[in-house]
Design a protein around this ligand. Structure first.
Ligand code: AHR
Length: 631
């Protein structure tokens, strides 16, 4: 044994009684010592068409495959219905669509039908069509017929009982494509998702349907807008921005399958729809304007990701002249969002129904361009930078991979982690060079549990968020991903998603609640704090809001033991004796929420008494906590 080693052993023996006293777990907070500003935009939303996030998710359209066939697919969601002795067949007509962008239609050939035994087609929706009592649904279809004056009856019908919840008849179809509208108003019906939309005719005829749509009431009553329950869940997250439109969804597998924003604006029959990299075709109902209006409804800013010449099957556009048309597209896109009516694309937005320009400060150049093995991103970013800054010098341009030739304004970094990684890397940004670009953690998540994360994941997330919050002088924005999952069989392409839903209901995962807590109690400045002797899997971060004189103490106890912490609030002269204590916890790290048990893990808020600037507070096993103290 070396001399030095034996000396340390000796010291350990004689200091045991003293260190025992000093080892009581503690959190020392210097309330009057701010160390950094908290980024006011720290928490936001990241979104893309994945897991039926928009179609069959946020975008409230109830008809699946509304533009009939959508390219390669069979008529999976359209089936014939013949009552009594009626006879009907259906096929996709490739020649007779209502527009160039929607070239296909549903040809319904009825050879026998009467008023009492009508025939037609039904649509099964996205895992059912939700029906609620006393609710008005707004419908549209494009149709033409060989039987002038033909009436069409639209009905919401229960799959199991055949009972009609609501119906309406549109008459006077002709040989020309025309748009027809209808309303379906339910009475005292049971709430159920087991319904379909039925379109029938009462006599022999051939009728073509080009586009069929049905919307329930939407958030803020926006026509053809978003699902109310999901928007309410997003609003409760106190987000400050929406990163749109992806993700891989921006890039597509191939350049031809990228998010071509110009094909997502205007009336629906002018949107051709497109294949998404997540293995289903997007209706593009959630087009560029709808994304921006989604931001407007939540009073948040878009972080607009523009296509930057790379698609995921290693297809890229060389920097230089070949890239120019793509850069022009991005400039046009920015003008569409921000330009006034005197600009070409601002005028287009006005024509599309939105007069006011949208606020925009951040534009992201591509997505995860570190995957581009050609090494072209440096040149592509620089070329986009020059062109966009030339026109919009105040925009901050986010790079999606490190850039060697210049310092980007902001760098987007992504982290998909196990809980152990989230715990062990919770200090990831503590030592980051403050002279480098600002950081946008544009996608991150602790991936434990599916379809939605369990409490273990939420604990990992919360530990990671203490690190982001402490370093939010350099981390200006962060967004969990993916945001949504339709929990029906076949709905999920990516495990571990923040919010789950089916046609009728939705729920927040424990990780969702962790997001809510961190964003709701954000604060404006980080204050100095030292967590000592708390043992493994315990994390803390403290912020304050100087104007409101509120202190937000966040403690994550991911261990299996309760943790009493001696908390000291130095430099606080007027600590009130009543504090608000919010806890998200569960009996086991596997505790979770689901569509059938949506509230198993939810925050509990209570008032507690504290002794003043020095007090002891115990934190439950497997818990995420916020202590709000007025000072
Ligand atoms: O969030 C799922 C995917 O993960 C995103 O589309 C992509 O950017 C990342 O690789």
């Amino acid at each position: 044994m070396s001399k030095r080693f034996s000396c340390l052993a000796f010291l350990a023996v004689v200091t045991i009684p003293l260190s025992l006293a000093a080892q009581a777990p503690s959190l020392a907070i210097q309330v009057d010592h701010p160390t950094a500003k908290v980024s006011p935009m720290l928490y936001g939303l990241m979104t893309e068409e994945i897991n039926f996030s928009y179609d069959g998710g946020l975008y409230a359209e109830l008809v699946r495959d509304r533009t009939i066939g959508e390219g390669w697919r069979a008529l999976t969601h359209w089936t014939v219905v013949a009552r009594g002795n009626s006879v009907v067949s259906v096929s996709a007509d490739e020649k007779a669509g209502p527009s160039a962008a929607v070239p296909r239609s549903l040809k319904v050939s009825v050879t026998a039908a009467t008023e009492t035994a009508p025939a037609g087609v039904q649509n099964d929706g996205y895992w059912g069509i939700p029906v609620r009592p006393q609710t008005e649904y707004s419908g549209i279809f494009y149709a033409k017929t060989d039987s002038a004056g033909l009436p069409v009856t639209a009905s919401l019908v229960n799959d199991a009982t055949g009972a009609t919840a609501a119906s309406a008849t549109v008459s006077g179809l002709s040989g020309d494509w025309k748009m027809y509208t209808f309303k379906l108003k339910t009475g005292e019906v049971a709430v159920t998702a087991n319904n379909h939309l039925l379109l029938t005719v009462p006599r022999p005829a051939t009728v073509w349907f080009g586009l069929v749509s049905l919307f329930p009431p939407t958030y803020h009553n926006r026509s053809e807008g978003n699902r109310i329950d999901l928007m309410e869940k997003l609003a409760a997250m106190h987000p400050k921005f929406l990163r749109l439109p992806g993700g891989n969804y921006l890039e597509g597998d191939h350049i031809s399958e990228r998010f071509e924003w110009k094909k997502t604006i205007g009336w629906w029959i002018d949107r051709p729809t497109h294949p998404s990299p997540w293995h289903y075709r997007s209706s593009d109902g959630m087009g560029l304007l709808e994304f921006l209006e989604w931001c407007e409804d939540l009073k948040i800013e878009p972080v607009l990701a523009v296509y930057a010449g790379y698609s995921m099957m290693q297809e890229h556009v060389e920097p230089g002249p070949a890239l120019e048309p793509y850069i022009q597209d991005a400039l046009d896109e920015i003008e569409y969002a921000t330009g006034d009516a005197a600009t070409k694309w601002g005028a287009e937005r006005v024509k599309n129904g939105h007069v006011a320009a949208f606020p925009l400060h951040y534009v992201e150049i591509g997505n995860e361009d570190w995957f581009d093995k050609s090494g072209s991103y440096d040149g592509r970013y620089a070329q986009y930078y020059k062109a966009i800054k030339g026109r919009y010098p105040n925009l901050q341009l986010i790079a999606t991979a490190p850039i060697k030739s210049m310092k980007p304004d902001v760098l987007d970094e992504h982290f998909y982690m196990s809980s152990e990684q989230s715990f062990s890397d919770a200090n990831h940004y503590d030592k980051t060079d403050r002279g480098g670009p600002k950081i946008f953690v544009g996608e991150w998540a602790t991936r434990e549990g599916e379809p939605t994360p369990n409490l273990e994941a939420a604990l990992g997330d919360a530990a990671w968020m203490t690190g982001m919050e402490r370093n939010s002088d350099i981390i200006i924005m962060a967004s969990y991903a993916p945001l949504f999952v339709n929990v029906n069989p076949g709905g999920m392409q990516w495990e571990t998603d923040l919010i789950g839903y089916d046609a009728l209901a939705s729920y927040g995962s424990p990780s969702y609640w962790a997001q809510v807590l961190f964003a709701k109690y954000l604060g404006t400045e980080v204050v100095a704090s030292t967590l000592s002797d708390a043992g493994p899997r315990v994390y803390a971060s403290v912020t304050r809001d100087e104007n409101k004189r509120k202190l937000f103490v966040k403690v994550v106890n991911a261990s299996s033991d309760a943790k009493p912490l001696n908390i000291t609030l130095d430099g606080a002269t007027k600590v009130t004796r009543e504090a608000t204590f919010i806890t998200l916890s569960g009996k086991s790290p596997n505790a979770t929420n689901s569509i059938t048990n949506p509230k198993a893990v939810e925050p509990v808020e209570r008032k507690i008494s504290i002794a003043g600037p020095r007090f002891t507070q115990s934190f439950a096993p497997y818990s995420i906590n916020v202590l709000e103290v007025s000072y």
